[in-house]
Design a protein around this ligand. Sequence first.
Ligand code: B4P
Length: 190
Amino acid sequence: MLNLVLFGPPGAGKGTQADFLIEKYQLIHLSTGDLLRSQIAAETALGLEAKSYMDKGFLVPDSIVIEMIKSKLQENKDANGFIFDGFPRTVEQAIALDKLLDENETPVSGMLCLEVEKQELIDRLLSRGKTSGRPDDQDVSIIENRIQEYNKKTMPLKDYYMAQNKCHKIHGMGSIDEIAQRLIDTVSVL
Ligand code: B4P
């Protein structure tokens, strides 16, 4: 089973590159951002709670996202593997993911860490904000919050996966195709 963690700051290209990897390796895509946005669209209680954090650029509480991932893993027991896109985002989430995968004896194969300069992140997100309708992509101060949350709570995960020899840094600047090829080259040696 191939279990990939796609990692990087907001706007690093996680969702964009996930599409290539899913097609190439026939993986199930688990994007916590997409799952949360579909809860918001359905106006569920969980969605309403998540929205209050996401619209300000803050991370949603761990308990909410861990529970969502748990039920998706249970629904897809026969998968070839998973691509975790935007999850885990805290050390607590990473520990929970390791435990959940241990139950199925299929550990994380590798963490693919997209590295992109800050100004490029802001430009990409503002540009997406013109068409996505996402409130968190339309305001520089909210984007700055998201980057700060990443630096404070998500970056420590690099050390978590480095300690397991699973962190692979990928240069995330350049064309979408160039970056996709770098990711595929890395996955081919996992
Ligand atoms: P996500 O949905 O994960 O949002 P993201 O980080 O903006 O997505 P991504 O990184 O995939 O976007 P991409 O660069 O592909 O999270 C949104 C919010 O949900 C979080 O802020 C948080 O509140 C909450 N959340 C989600 N998961 C959570 C968790 N586990 N725990 C707690 N809270 C959680 O795309 C950006 C733009 O760049 C696109 O327009 C794309 O076309 C463009 N782009 C990509 N690659 C490019 C390239 N090489 N060149 C030019 N443009 C490029």
